[in-house]
Design a protein. Structure first.
Ligand code: CUK
Ligand code: CUA
Length: 639
Protein backbone atom coordinates (compact mmCIF):
# COMPACT_ATOMS: atom_id res chain seq x y z
CA UNK A 1 0.00 0.00 0.00
CA UNK A 2 1.45 3.33 -1.06
CA UNK A 3 1.59 6.22 1.33
CA UNK A 4 -1.42 8.41 0.83
CA UNK A 5 -0.79 11.68 -0.92
CA UNK A 6 -2.49 13.74 1.75
CA UNK A 7 0.40 13.04 4.10
CA UNK A 8 2.40 15.44 2.00
CA UNK A 9 -0.05 18.25 1.76
CA UNK A 10 1.16 19.74 5.01
CA UNK A 11 4.32 20.82 3.24
CA UNK A 12 2.50 22.78 0.58
CA UNK A 13 1.92 26.49 0.60
CA UNK A 14 -0.78 28.27 2.52
CA UNK A 15 -2.84 28.92 -0.53
CA UNK A 16 -3.10 25.29 -1.40
CA UNK A 17 -4.11 24.45 2.13
CA UNK A 18 -6.97 26.85 1.79
CA UNK A 19 -8.51 24.68 -0.86
CA UNK A 20 -10.33 21.85 0.85
CA UNK A 21 -8.29 18.91 -0.13
CA UNK A 22 -9.85 15.59 -0.86
CA UNK A 23 -8.25 12.80 -2.77
CA UNK A 24 -10.48 12.16 -5.69
CA UNK A 25 -8.22 9.48 -7.11
CA UNK A 26 -8.98 5.83 -6.92
CA UNK A 27 -7.07 3.71 -4.43
CA UNK A 28 -3.45 4.67 -4.82
CA UNK A 29 -1.97 1.21 -4.69
CA UNK A 30 -1.64 -0.29 -8.11
CA UNK A 31 -0.39 -3.69 -8.90
CA UNK A 32 1.24 -3.81 -12.26
CA UNK A 33 0.96 -7.03 -14.13
CA UNK A 34 3.29 -8.43 -16.74
CA UNK A 35 1.35 -6.75 -19.51
CA UNK A 36 2.29 -3.29 -18.28
CA UNK A 37 5.95 -4.31 -18.23
CA UNK A 38 5.62 -5.64 -21.76
CA UNK A 39 4.05 -2.43 -22.98
CA UNK A 40 6.95 -0.30 -21.81
CA UNK A 41 9.56 -2.89 -22.77
CA UNK A 42 11.77 -2.10 -25.71
CA UNK A 43 14.02 -5.08 -26.33
CA UNK A 44 17.80 -4.62 -26.43
CA UNK A 45 18.77 -3.29 -29.84
CA UNK A 46 15.24 -2.14 -30.65
CA UNK A 47 14.27 1.51 -30.96
CA UNK A 48 11.61 3.47 -29.16
CA UNK A 49 8.58 4.67 -31.05
CA UNK A 50 8.77 8.29 -29.85
CA UNK A 51 11.26 10.86 -28.75
CA UNK A 52 10.13 12.86 -25.73
CA UNK A 53 11.96 16.15 -25.20
CA UNK A 54 11.73 17.46 -21.67
CA UNK A 55 12.72 20.88 -20.45
CA UNK A 56 15.33 20.77 -17.72
CA UNK A 57 13.87 23.40 -15.39
CA UNK A 58 16.67 24.74 -13.20
CA UNK A 59 19.29 22.64 -15.01
CA UNK A 60 18.80 24.96 -17.99
CA UNK A 61 19.03 22.03 -20.40
CA UNK A 62 16.83 19.69 -22.43
CA UNK A 63 16.73 15.92 -22.11
CA UNK A 64 15.59 13.47 -24.76
CA UNK A 65 13.95 10.24 -23.64
CA UNK A 66 12.65 7.32 -25.65
CA UNK A 67 9.02 6.33 -25.26
CA UNK A 68 7.70 3.94 -24.17
CA UNK A 69 10.95 2.75 -22.56
CA UNK A 70 11.69 5.92 -20.59
CA UNK A 71 15.37 5.51 -21.53
CA UNK A 72 17.46 8.68 -21.37
CA UNK A 73 18.86 9.16 -24.88
CA UNK A 74 20.66 12.46 -24.49
CA UNK A 75 21.03 15.61 -22.48
CA UNK A 76 21.20 18.59 -24.82
CA UNK A 77 22.96 21.55 -23.22
CA UNK A 78 21.18 24.83 -23.89
CA UNK A 79 21.48 27.55 -21.25
CA UNK A 80 24.07 25.98 -18.95
CA UNK A 81 27.66 25.04 -19.52
CA UNK A 82 28.14 21.35 -20.00
CA UNK A 83 31.51 19.75 -19.32
CA UNK A 84 30.53 16.49 -21.01
CA UNK A 85 31.08 18.04 -24.45
CA UNK A 86 32.69 21.39 -23.60
CA UNK A 87 29.55 23.37 -24.50
CA UNK A 88 30.06 26.89 -23.19
CA UNK A 89 33.73 26.11 -22.44
CA UNK A 90 35.03 25.86 -25.99
CA UNK A 91 35.92 29.13 -27.69
CA UNK A 92 33.36 28.37 -30.42
CA UNK A 93 30.41 28.11 -28.05
CA UNK A 94 31.22 30.68 -25.33
CA UNK A 95 29.32 33.43 -27.13
CA UNK A 96 26.08 31.45 -26.85
CA UNK A 97 25.61 32.91 -23.36
CA UNK A 98 26.08 36.57 -24.30
CA UNK A 99 23.29 38.78 -23.03
CA UNK A 100 22.80 42.45 -22.31
CA UNK A 101 23.68 41.51 -18.70
CA UNK A 102 27.02 39.98 -19.69
CA UNK A 103 27.73 36.26 -19.93
CA UNK A 104 24.91 34.26 -18.33
CA UNK A 105 25.74 30.54 -18.43
CA UNK A 106 22.63 29.31 -16.66
CA UNK A 107 18.87 29.53 -16.93
CA UNK A 108 15.62 27.92 -15.98
CA UNK A 109 13.99 26.23 -18.98
CA UNK A 110 10.29 25.39 -18.82
CA UNK A 111 8.62 25.01 -22.16
CA UNK A 112 9.61 22.92 -25.11
CA UNK A 113 8.12 23.70 -28.48
CA UNK A 114 8.75 21.62 -31.61
CA UNK A 115 8.53 23.35 -34.96
CA UNK A 116 5.27 22.82 -36.85
CA UNK A 117 4.04 22.73 -40.40
CA UNK A 118 0.29 22.74 -41.06
CA UNK A 119 -0.36 22.20 -37.38
CA UNK A 120 1.82 19.10 -37.09
CA UNK A 121 5.34 18.60 -35.82
CA UNK A 122 7.85 18.54 -38.64
CA UNK A 123 10.88 17.38 -36.63
CA UNK A 124 13.19 20.23 -37.68
CA UNK A 125 13.78 22.36 -34.60
CA UNK A 126 13.14 22.50 -30.93
CA UNK A 127 12.63 25.77 -29.06
CA UNK A 128 12.86 26.35 -25.32
CA UNK A 129 12.64 29.36 -23.04
CA UNK A 130 15.11 30.79 -20.56
CA UNK A 131 12.92 31.95 -17.74
CA UNK A 132 15.35 33.97 -15.67
CA UNK A 133 17.38 36.02 -18.14
CA UNK A 134 14.71 36.20 -20.82
CA UNK A 135 15.82 34.17 -23.83
CA UNK A 136 14.61 31.67 -26.39
CA UNK A 137 16.90 28.95 -27.71
CA UNK A 138 16.74 26.80 -30.81
CA UNK A 139 18.08 23.26 -31.10
CA UNK A 140 18.67 21.74 -34.52
CA UNK A 141 17.20 18.25 -34.47
CA UNK A 142 19.54 17.05 -37.21
CA UNK A 143 22.42 17.33 -34.76
CA UNK A 144 20.72 17.75 -31.37
CA UNK A 145 22.84 20.86 -30.87
CA UNK A 146 21.82 24.27 -29.59
CA UNK A 147 22.44 26.58 -32.53
CA UNK A 148 20.78 29.85 -31.54
CA UNK A 149 19.81 31.91 -28.50
CA UNK A 150 17.82 35.14 -28.80
CA UNK A 151 17.45 37.45 -25.82
CA UNK A 152 14.06 39.10 -25.37
CA UNK A 153 14.46 42.70 -24.17
CA UNK A 154 12.48 44.64 -21.55
CA UNK A 155 10.72 41.65 -20.02
CA UNK A 156 11.31 39.90 -16.70
CA UNK A 157 10.85 36.18 -16.33
CA UNK A 158 10.17 34.77 -19.77
CA UNK A 159 8.09 31.93 -18.37
CA UNK A 160 5.24 32.26 -20.83
CA UNK A 161 7.31 31.07 -23.79
CA UNK A 162 7.93 30.01 -26.52
CA UNK A 163 4.55 29.02 -27.94
CA UNK A 164 4.56 28.31 -31.64
CA UNK A 165 1.99 29.01 -34.34
CA UNK A 166 0.86 26.25 -36.65
CA UNK A 167 3.32 26.95 -39.46
CA UNK A 168 6.10 28.10 -37.13
CA UNK A 169 5.44 31.70 -38.20
CA UNK A 170 5.98 32.98 -34.67
CA UNK A 171 7.04 32.03 -31.19
CA UNK A 172 4.78 33.88 -28.78
CA UNK A 173 5.88 34.84 -25.30
CA UNK A 174 4.81 37.05 -22.44
CA UNK A 175 6.56 38.57 -19.46
CA UNK A 176 6.00 36.76 -16.18
CA UNK A 177 6.82 39.80 -14.08
CA UNK A 178 5.80 43.24 -15.12
CA UNK A 179 8.60 45.78 -14.72
CA UNK A 180 9.27 49.41 -15.54
CA UNK A 181 9.75 49.72 -19.31
CA UNK A 182 12.31 50.89 -20.12
CA UNK A 183 14.01 49.88 -16.87
CA UNK A 184 14.38 52.72 -14.41
CA UNK A 185 14.98 53.34 -10.75
CA UNK A 186 11.49 53.85 -9.26
CA UNK A 187 9.86 52.91 -5.93
CA UNK A 188 8.34 49.43 -6.14
CA UNK A 189 5.04 50.72 -4.82
CA UNK A 190 4.58 52.75 -7.97
CA UNK A 191 3.80 49.39 -9.58
CA UNK A 192 0.37 50.33 -10.88
CA UNK A 193 1.69 53.46 -12.50
CA UNK A 194 5.07 52.38 -13.80
CA UNK A 195 5.07 48.62 -14.35
CA UNK A 196 4.04 47.19 -17.70
CA UNK A 197 3.77 43.87 -19.46
CA UNK A 198 4.91 42.87 -22.92
CA UNK A 199 3.82 40.13 -25.28
CA UNK A 200 6.52 39.26 -27.77
CA UNK A 201 6.32 37.83 -31.27
CA UNK A 202 9.51 36.22 -32.53
CA UNK A 203 9.46 35.25 -36.18
CA UNK A 204 11.09 32.03 -37.38
CA UNK A 205 12.72 31.94 -40.79
CA UNK A 206 11.09 28.97 -42.57
CA UNK A 207 14.26 27.90 -44.32
CA UNK A 208 16.94 28.19 -41.66
CA UNK A 209 14.93 28.58 -38.48
CA UNK A 210 16.64 31.84 -37.56
CA UNK A 211 14.72 33.81 -34.95
CA UNK A 212 14.07 37.52 -35.02
CA UNK A 213 12.09 39.71 -32.64
CA UNK A 214 9.32 40.90 -34.98
CA UNK A 215 7.32 43.07 -32.55
CA UNK A 216 6.20 43.48 -28.96
CA UNK A 217 2.73 44.41 -27.76
CA UNK A 218 2.53 46.69 -24.75
CA UNK A 219 0.16 45.28 -22.12
CA UNK A 220 -1.13 46.13 -18.64
CA UNK A 221 1.11 45.23 -15.70
CA UNK A 222 -0.16 41.70 -15.01
CA UNK A 223 1.75 38.45 -14.73
CA UNK A 224 1.55 36.60 -18.04
CA UNK A 225 1.53 32.88 -17.44
CA UNK A 226 1.03 30.52 -20.34
CA UNK A 227 -0.07 30.70 -23.93
CA UNK A 228 -1.23 28.67 -26.87
CA UNK A 229 -1.91 29.69 -30.41
CA UNK A 230 -4.98 28.89 -32.40
CA UNK A 231 -5.00 26.24 -35.08
CA UNK A 232 -7.33 25.43 -37.95
CA UNK A 233 -10.24 27.82 -37.59
CA UNK A 234 -8.49 29.80 -34.83
CA UNK A 235 -5.22 30.17 -36.74
CA UNK A 236 -4.05 33.77 -36.46
CA UNK A 237 -4.98 34.10 -32.77
CA UNK A 238 -3.05 33.68 -29.53
CA UNK A 239 -4.45 33.00 -26.06
CA UNK A 240 -2.49 33.85 -22.93
CA UNK A 241 -3.56 33.33 -19.35
CA UNK A 242 -2.58 36.03 -16.91
CA UNK A 243 -2.80 36.34 -13.16
CA UNK A 244 -2.59 39.27 -10.81
CA UNK A 245 -5.08 41.50 -12.59
CA UNK A 246 -5.13 43.04 -9.09
CA UNK A 247 -1.71 44.45 -10.04
CA UNK A 248 -0.29 43.74 -6.61
CA UNK A 249 3.42 43.54 -5.98
CA UNK A 250 3.75 41.96 -2.54
CA UNK A 251 2.56 38.72 -0.98
CA UNK A 252 1.16 37.63 -4.32
CA UNK A 253 0.09 34.35 -2.78
CA UNK A 254 -2.75 36.23 -1.11
CA UNK A 255 -2.98 39.62 -2.78
CA UNK A 256 -2.96 38.39 -6.35
CA UNK A 257 -5.75 35.94 -5.60
CA UNK A 258 -8.37 38.34 -4.34
CA UNK A 259 -10.55 38.53 -7.38
CA UNK A 260 -12.79 35.72 -8.40
CA UNK A 261 -11.63 35.96 -11.97
CA UNK A 262 -8.43 36.87 -13.75
CA UNK A 263 -8.09 37.64 -17.42
CA UNK A 264 -7.04 35.71 -20.47
CA UNK A 265 -5.54 37.79 -23.27
CA UNK A 266 -6.81 37.03 -26.75
CA UNK A 267 -4.66 38.41 -29.53
CA UNK A 268 -5.32 38.68 -33.22
CA UNK A 269 -1.76 38.44 -34.52
CA UNK A 270 -2.79 38.64 -38.15
CA UNK A 271 -4.18 42.05 -37.29
CA UNK A 272 -0.94 42.90 -35.49
CA UNK A 273 0.97 41.97 -38.65
CA UNK A 274 -1.25 44.32 -40.60
CA UNK A 275 -0.57 47.17 -38.15
CA UNK A 276 3.15 46.46 -38.48
CA UNK A 277 2.88 46.76 -42.26
CA UNK A 278 0.97 50.01 -41.90
CA UNK A 279 3.73 51.37 -39.69
CA UNK A 280 1.55 51.73 -36.59
CA UNK A 281 4.46 50.85 -34.31
CA UNK A 282 6.85 52.92 -32.29
CA UNK A 283 10.52 52.12 -31.91
CA UNK A 284 12.21 51.77 -28.57
CA UNK A 285 15.90 52.00 -27.84
CA UNK A 286 17.07 48.93 -25.94
CA UNK A 287 19.76 46.27 -25.89
CA UNK A 288 19.57 42.55 -26.51
CA UNK A 289 21.78 39.83 -27.94
CA UNK A 290 21.28 37.43 -30.78
CA UNK A 291 23.71 34.50 -30.71
CA UNK A 292 23.76 32.25 -33.74
CA UNK A 293 25.99 29.37 -34.72
CA UNK A 294 27.41 29.92 -38.19
CA UNK A 295 26.49 26.81 -40.16
CA UNK A 296 29.73 26.77 -42.16
CA UNK A 297 32.25 27.39 -39.41
CA UNK A 298 30.15 26.05 -36.50
CA UNK A 299 31.30 29.09 -34.49
CA UNK A 300 28.72 31.04 -32.48
CA UNK A 301 28.50 34.66 -33.61
CA UNK A 302 26.99 37.22 -31.32
CA UNK A 303 25.30 40.45 -32.29
CA UNK A 304 23.92 43.19 -30.09
CA UNK A 305 20.63 44.69 -31.25
CA UNK A 306 19.35 48.04 -30.09
CA UNK A 307 15.83 48.64 -31.37
CA UNK A 308 12.48 46.99 -30.80
CA UNK A 309 9.17 47.68 -32.46
CA UNK A 310 6.22 48.19 -30.15
CA UNK A 311 2.51 48.00 -30.88
CA UNK A 312 0.24 49.74 -28.39
CA UNK A 313 -3.33 48.34 -28.27
CA UNK A 314 -4.56 51.91 -27.77
CA UNK A 315 -3.47 52.78 -31.31
CA UNK A 316 -4.33 49.37 -32.72
CA UNK A 317 -8.03 48.58 -32.26
CA UNK A 318 -9.41 45.04 -32.67
CA UNK A 319 -6.04 43.48 -31.91
CA UNK A 320 -6.20 42.60 -28.19
CA UNK A 321 -9.10 41.46 -25.98
CA UNK A 322 -9.51 39.98 -22.55
CA UNK A 323 -11.82 37.22 -21.32
CA UNK A 324 -12.39 36.54 -17.61
CA UNK A 325 -10.99 33.18 -16.39
CA UNK A 326 -11.61 31.61 -12.99
CA UNK A 327 -9.19 32.42 -10.20
CA UNK A 328 -5.45 32.26 -10.85
CA UNK A 329 -5.32 30.43 -14.16
CA UNK A 330 -2.21 28.57 -15.20
CA UNK A 331 -2.54 26.42 -18.31
CA UNK A 332 -4.18 27.61 -21.47
CA UNK A 333 -4.70 24.87 -24.03
CA UNK A 334 -6.33 24.69 -27.43
CA UNK A 335 -7.84 21.41 -28.66
CA UNK A 336 -6.85 19.80 -31.99
CA UNK A 337 -9.79 21.33 -33.86
CA UNK A 338 -8.91 24.85 -32.74
CA UNK A 339 -12.43 25.39 -31.42
CA UNK A 340 -12.01 24.79 -27.68
CA UNK A 341 -9.76 26.74 -25.37
CA UNK A 342 -9.28 25.45 -21.85
CA UNK A 343 -8.39 27.97 -19.15
CA UNK A 344 -7.43 26.26 -15.93
CA UNK A 345 -8.02 28.27 -12.75
CA UNK A 346 -5.69 26.78 -10.15
CA UNK A 347 -7.92 27.90 -7.32
CA UNK A 348 -11.25 27.27 -8.98
CA UNK A 349 -13.36 24.18 -8.40
CA UNK A 350 -14.51 24.08 -12.01
CA UNK A 351 -12.76 24.39 -15.35
CA UNK A 352 -13.92 26.82 -18.02
CA UNK A 353 -13.87 25.77 -21.64
CA UNK A 354 -14.27 28.57 -24.18
CA UNK A 355 -15.49 28.32 -27.74
CA UNK A 356 -13.57 30.09 -30.47
CA UNK A 357 -16.75 30.60 -32.50
CA UNK A 358 -18.47 32.17 -29.50
CA UNK A 359 -15.49 34.43 -28.84
CA UNK A 360 -15.64 35.62 -32.45
CA UNK A 361 -19.39 36.20 -32.19
CA UNK A 362 -19.02 38.14 -28.93
CA UNK A 363 -16.36 40.33 -30.56
CA UNK A 364 -18.54 40.89 -33.58
CA UNK A 365 -21.53 41.83 -31.42
CA UNK A 366 -19.33 43.88 -29.09
CA UNK A 367 -20.59 41.84 -26.18
CA UNK A 368 -18.11 43.42 -23.77
CA UNK A 369 -18.11 44.01 -20.02
CA UNK A 370 -16.15 47.22 -19.98
CA UNK A 371 -12.42 47.28 -20.58
CA UNK A 372 -9.06 47.23 -18.84
CA UNK A 373 -6.82 50.12 -19.91
CA UNK A 374 -8.91 50.41 -23.06
CA UNK A 375 -8.68 46.68 -23.89
CA UNK A 376 -12.25 45.29 -24.23
CA UNK A 377 -13.25 42.52 -21.81
CA UNK A 378 -15.39 39.94 -23.59
CA UNK A 379 -18.44 38.82 -21.62
CA UNK A 380 -17.53 35.58 -19.81
CA UNK A 381 -20.80 33.74 -20.46
CA UNK A 382 -20.80 34.77 -24.11
CA UNK A 383 -17.37 33.22 -24.68
CA UNK A 384 -17.93 30.14 -22.57
CA UNK A 385 -18.70 26.82 -24.20
CA UNK A 386 -19.19 24.93 -20.97
CA UNK A 387 -17.82 24.00 -17.60
CA UNK A 388 -16.14 20.83 -16.42
CA UNK A 389 -17.73 20.48 -12.99
CA UNK A 390 -15.57 19.54 -9.99
CA UNK A 391 -12.94 17.69 -11.99
CA UNK A 392 -10.32 17.71 -9.22
CA UNK A 393 -8.21 20.19 -7.28
CA UNK A 394 -5.60 22.52 -8.73
CA UNK A 395 -5.95 21.99 -12.48
CA UNK A 396 -2.74 22.88 -14.28
CA UNK A 397 -2.35 21.64 -17.83
CA UNK A 398 -4.38 19.90 -20.51
CA UNK A 399 -3.43 17.84 -23.56
CA UNK A 400 -5.58 16.05 -26.14
CA UNK A 401 -5.64 12.61 -27.74
CA UNK A 402 -7.27 13.50 -31.06
CA UNK A 403 -10.27 11.33 -30.26
CA UNK A 404 -12.26 14.10 -28.60
CA UNK A 405 -10.78 13.61 -25.14
CA UNK A 406 -8.82 15.97 -22.97
CA UNK A 407 -6.46 15.03 -20.13
CA UNK A 408 -5.81 17.49 -17.33
CA UNK A 409 -3.29 17.33 -14.51
CA UNK A 410 -4.43 18.20 -11.00
CA UNK A 411 -1.62 19.27 -8.74
CA UNK A 412 -3.43 19.26 -5.43
CA UNK A 413 -5.51 16.12 -5.80
CA UNK A 414 -2.52 14.51 -7.57
CA UNK A 415 -4.17 12.90 -10.54
CA UNK A 416 -4.76 12.95 -14.26
CA UNK A 417 -8.38 13.33 -15.28
CA UNK A 418 -9.73 12.35 -18.68
CA UNK A 419 -12.78 14.22 -19.90
CA UNK A 420 -14.84 14.61 -23.03
CA UNK A 421 -14.15 17.93 -24.74
CA UNK A 422 -17.65 18.38 -26.14
CA UNK A 423 -19.83 17.04 -23.34
CA UNK A 424 -17.42 18.13 -20.53
CA UNK A 425 -18.15 14.81 -18.85
CA UNK A 426 -15.48 13.17 -16.75
CA UNK A 427 -14.52 9.76 -18.14
CA UNK A 428 -11.65 8.52 -16.01
CA UNK A 429 -9.17 9.55 -13.34
CA UNK A 430 -5.87 8.02 -12.29
CA UNK A 431 -3.66 9.01 -9.38
CA UNK A 432 -0.11 10.15 -10.08
CA UNK A 433 2.83 10.04 -7.68
CA UNK A 434 2.89 12.86 -6.77
CA UNK A 435 1.44 16.21 -7.81
CA UNK A 436 1.83 16.43 -11.57
CA UNK A 437 2.75 19.68 -13.30
CA UNK A 438 2.54 19.34 -17.05
CA UNK A 439 1.65 16.22 -18.97
CA UNK A 440 2.49 15.30 -22.52
CA UNK A 441 0.88 13.20 -25.21
CA UNK A 442 2.93 12.78 -28.41
CA UNK A 443 1.60 15.50 -30.71
CA UNK A 444 -0.83 16.40 -27.91
CA UNK A 445 -0.89 20.10 -28.70
CA UNK A 446 -1.08 19.70 -32.48
CA UNK A 447 -3.88 19.11 -34.92
CA UNK A 448 -3.05 15.41 -35.04
CA UNK A 449 -2.16 13.95 -31.68
CA UNK A 450 -0.79 10.44 -31.50
CA UNK A 451 -3.01 9.45 -28.60
CA UNK A 452 -1.24 6.31 -27.48
CA UNK A 453 0.71 7.38 -24.42
CA UNK A 454 0.61 10.09 -21.83
CA UNK A 455 3.47 11.11 -19.57
CA UNK A 456 2.72 12.93 -16.32
CA UNK A 457 5.65 14.94 -15.00
CA UNK A 458 5.42 14.92 -11.26
CA UNK A 459 6.68 17.66 -9.00
CA UNK A 460 7.07 15.58 -5.87
CA UNK A 461 8.87 12.24 -5.80
CA UNK A 462 9.05 11.24 -2.11
CA UNK A 463 8.97 7.47 -1.78
CA UNK A 464 8.80 6.47 -5.46
CA UNK A 465 12.45 5.44 -5.72
CA UNK A 466 15.28 4.32 -3.50
CA UNK A 467 16.24 7.33 -1.39
CA UNK A 468 19.21 9.42 -2.54
CA UNK A 469 19.52 11.81 0.38
CA UNK A 470 17.45 14.97 0.59
CA UNK A 471 17.46 15.57 -3.16
CA UNK A 472 15.48 13.21 -5.33
CA UNK A 473 15.21 13.02 -9.09
CA UNK A 474 11.86 14.10 -10.44
CA UNK A 475 9.50 11.41 -11.46
CA UNK A 476 7.69 10.84 -14.72
CA UNK A 477 4.91 8.34 -15.20
CA UNK A 478 3.86 6.78 -18.45
CA UNK A 479 0.23 5.86 -19.04
CA UNK A 480 -1.25 3.85 -21.86
CA UNK A 481 -4.25 5.89 -23.00
CA UNK A 482 -5.26 3.79 -25.99
CA UNK A 483 -8.22 2.26 -24.14
CA UNK A 484 -11.19 3.73 -22.26
CA UNK A 485 -9.27 3.81 -19.01
CA UNK A 486 -5.77 5.13 -18.54
CA UNK A 487 -3.29 2.53 -17.42
CA UNK A 488 -0.04 3.27 -15.60
CA UNK A 489 2.75 1.28 -17.24
CA UNK A 490 6.05 2.85 -16.19
CA UNK A 491 7.79 5.10 -13.70
CA UNK A 492 11.06 6.73 -14.68
CA UNK A 493 13.25 9.37 -13.03
CA UNK A 494 14.06 12.52 -14.98
CA UNK A 495 16.89 15.06 -14.91
CA UNK A 496 16.50 18.58 -13.63
CA UNK A 497 12.94 19.61 -13.18
CA UNK A 498 11.03 18.91 -16.38
CA UNK A 499 8.15 21.31 -16.71
CA UNK A 500 6.76 20.77 -20.15
CA UNK A 501 7.75 18.16 -22.72
CA UNK A 502 6.81 17.43 -26.27
CA UNK A 503 6.97 14.04 -27.88
CA UNK A 504 7.21 13.23 -31.55
CA UNK A 505 7.17 10.10 -33.64
CA UNK A 506 10.78 8.89 -34.03
CA UNK A 507 10.43 8.56 -37.80
CA UNK A 508 10.18 12.35 -38.11
CA UNK A 509 13.69 12.77 -36.70
CA UNK A 510 15.65 9.55 -37.12
CA UNK A 511 16.08 9.64 -40.95
CA UNK A 512 17.58 13.15 -40.85
CA UNK A 513 19.96 12.62 -37.97
CA UNK A 514 23.51 13.65 -38.84
CA UNK A 515 26.07 10.91 -38.14
CA UNK A 516 29.21 13.00 -38.58
CA UNK A 517 30.30 16.28 -40.12
CA UNK A 518 31.75 16.16 -43.61
CA UNK A 519 35.35 17.26 -43.21
CA UNK A 520 35.32 18.65 -46.76
CA UNK A 521 32.66 21.11 -45.60
CA UNK A 522 34.60 22.22 -42.51
CA UNK A 523 35.07 25.99 -42.98
CA UNK A 524 36.33 26.66 -39.47
CA UNK A 525 39.12 29.26 -39.78
CA UNK A 526 41.37 27.15 -37.53
CA UNK A 527 40.58 23.75 -39.00
CA UNK A 528 43.45 21.39 -39.77
CA UNK A 529 42.32 19.28 -42.69
CA UNK A 530 44.99 16.59 -42.53
CA UNK A 531 47.78 15.50 -40.24
CA UNK A 532 50.43 16.93 -42.54
CA UNK A 533 49.03 20.40 -41.85
CA UNK A 534 49.38 20.29 -38.06
CA UNK A 535 51.57 23.08 -36.67
CA UNK A 536 52.19 25.54 -33.84
CA UNK A 537 52.10 29.28 -34.56
CA UNK A 538 53.14 31.99 -32.14
CA UNK A 539 51.96 35.59 -32.33
CA UNK A 540 53.34 37.51 -29.32
CA UNK A 541 51.82 35.88 -26.20
CA UNK A 542 49.24 34.08 -28.26
CA UNK A 543 49.99 30.56 -29.40
CA UNK A 544 47.81 28.60 -31.80
CA UNK A 545 48.17 24.85 -31.88
CA UNK A 546 46.65 23.30 -34.99
CA UNK A 547 46.06 19.77 -33.81
CA UNK A 548 44.31 16.73 -35.24
CA UNK A 549 42.84 13.62 -33.68
CA UNK A 550 42.35 10.25 -35.28
CA UNK A 551 42.41 6.81 -33.72
CA UNK A 552 44.65 6.64 -31.74
CA UNK A 553 46.86 9.69 -31.59
CA UNK A 554 46.84 13.44 -31.26
CA UNK A 555 49.18 15.36 -33.56
CA UNK A 556 51.39 17.07 -32.61
CA UNK A 557 51.83 15.10 -29.41
CA UNK A 558 54.97 16.63 -27.87
CA UNK A 559 55.03 20.40 -27.93
CA UNK A 560 57.79 22.60 -26.50
CA UNK A 561 58.19 26.35 -26.45
CA UNK A 562 55.23 27.45 -24.35
CA UNK A 563 55.92 30.23 -21.84
CA UNK A 564 54.25 31.05 -18.54
CA UNK A 565 51.63 33.71 -19.26
CA UNK A 566 50.94 32.51 -22.82
CA UNK A 567 47.44 32.25 -24.14
CA UNK A 568 47.43 28.89 -25.82
CA UNK A 569 44.61 27.98 -28.16
CA UNK A 570 44.37 24.28 -28.96
CA UNK A 571 42.36 24.02 -32.18
CA UNK A 572 41.52 20.35 -32.38
CA UNK A 573 40.10 18.91 -35.59
CA UNK A 574 38.69 15.42 -35.44
CA UNK A 575 39.63 13.77 -38.74
CA UNK A 576 37.34 10.76 -38.31
CA UNK A 577 34.57 10.31 -40.88
CA UNK A 578 32.46 7.77 -39.09
CA UNK A 579 29.50 7.72 -36.72
CA UNK A 580 30.01 7.95 -32.98
CA UNK A 581 33.76 8.54 -32.90
CA UNK A 582 34.27 11.80 -31.02
CA UNK A 583 37.67 12.55 -29.53
CA UNK A 584 38.16 14.59 -26.41
CA UNK A 585 40.93 16.87 -25.23
CA UNK A 586 41.98 17.92 -21.75
CA UNK A 587 45.20 19.38 -20.38
CA UNK A 588 46.31 19.48 -16.80
CA UNK A 589 45.40 22.70 -15.01
CA UNK A 590 43.10 24.08 -17.70
CA UNK A 591 40.51 26.13 -15.88
CA UNK A 592 37.72 25.56 -18.38
CA UNK A 593 36.96 21.84 -18.70
CA UNK A 594 37.56 19.87 -21.85
CA UNK A 595 36.60 19.57 -25.47
CA UNK A 596 34.61 16.83 -27.10
CA UNK A 597 35.03 17.13 -30.85
CA UNK A 598 32.61 15.43 -33.22
CA UNK A 599 33.97 13.68 -36.33
CA UNK A 600 34.78 16.31 -38.98
CA UNK A 601 34.46 19.19 -36.50
CA UNK A 602 36.95 21.69 -35.02
CA UNK A 603 36.78 22.91 -31.44
CA UNK A 604 39.14 25.18 -29.48
CA UNK A 605 40.27 25.09 -25.87
CA UNK A 606 42.06 28.03 -24.28
CA UNK A 607 44.87 27.14 -21.86
CA UNK A 608 46.84 29.71 -19.88
CA UNK A 609 49.80 27.95 -18.24
CA UNK A 610 50.65 29.47 -14.86
CA UNK A 611 53.88 27.64 -14.01
CA UNK A 612 56.86 26.03 -15.74
CA UNK A 613 56.94 22.29 -16.19
CA UNK A 614 55.82 19.52 -18.49
CA UNK A 615 52.07 18.98 -18.57
CA UNK A 616 50.21 16.03 -19.97
CA UNK A 617 47.22 16.22 -22.28
CA UNK A 618 45.02 13.38 -23.45
CA UNK A 619 41.86 12.32 -25.24
CA UNK A 620 38.97 12.10 -22.78
CA UNK A 621 36.63 9.84 -24.74
CA UNK A 622 37.35 6.12 -24.77
CA UNK A 623 37.58 5.94 -28.54
CA UNK A 624 39.60 2.85 -29.34
CA UNK A 625 41.65 0.03 -27.88
CA UNK A 626 44.58 2.43 -27.78
CA UNK A 627 42.64 5.31 -26.27
CA UNK A 628 44.87 5.33 -23.20
CA UNK A 629 47.81 5.93 -25.55
CA UNK A 630 46.14 8.96 -27.10
CA UNK A 631 48.08 11.60 -25.21
CA UNK A 632 51.01 14.03 -25.30
CA UNK A 633 53.10 16.59 -23.38
CA UNK A 634 53.28 20.35 -23.36
CA UNK A 635 56.52 21.91 -22.06
CA UNK A 636 56.24 25.30 -20.40
CA UNK A 637 59.32 27.48 -19.74
CA UNK A 638 59.58 30.60 -17.59
CA UNK A 639 58.63 33.84 -19.26
S1 CUK B 1 4.92 25.55 -15.78
CU1 CUK B 1 5.88 24.23 -14.39
S2 CUK B 1 4.11 22.96 -14.09
CU2 CUK B 1 6.55 26.62 -15.88
CU3 CUK B 1 4.34 25.41 -17.75
CU4 CUK B 1 2.99 24.54 -15.20
CU1 CUA C 1 40.48 9.53 -28.87
CU2 CUA C 1 40.27 8.48 -26.86
Amino acid sequence: MKTHYLNYVAGLSLIFLMASCGNQGSETSQVLGGSAAEQAYVAPGEYDEFYAFMSGGYSGQITAYGLPSGRLLKEIPVFSKYPENGYGYSEETKAMFNTSYGEVPWDDSHHIELSQKDGEFDGRWLFVNGNNTPRIARVDLKTFETVEILEIPDVAGLHCAPFITENSEYLVSGTRFSVPIPQKDVPIDTYKKNFKGLINYVSVDPEHGHMELAFQIEMPGFNYDLARNGKGKSHGWSFLTTYNSEQEHSLLEVNASQKDKDLMAVINWKKAEQYMKEGKFTERQTSYFHNLMNEETSIVESEEKTLTKILDPKNCPDMVYFIPVPKSPHGCDVDPTGEYIVGNGKLSADMSVYSFDKIMKAIEEKNFDGNFDGIPIINYEAALDGIVKKPGLGPLHTEFDGRGNAYTTFFISSEVVKWDVESKEILDRQPTFYSPGHLVIPGGETKKPDGKYLVAMNKITKDRYLPTGPELAHSAQLFDISGDKMKLILDFPTKGEPHYAQAISADKIQPNSVKFYDIEQNKHPHATLGESKTRVERDGDEVHVYMTAIRSHLAPDNIEGFKVGDKVYFHLTNLEQDWDVPHGFAIQGATNAELLVMPGQTRTLLWEPKKPGVFAFYCTDFCSALHQEMSGYARVSPK
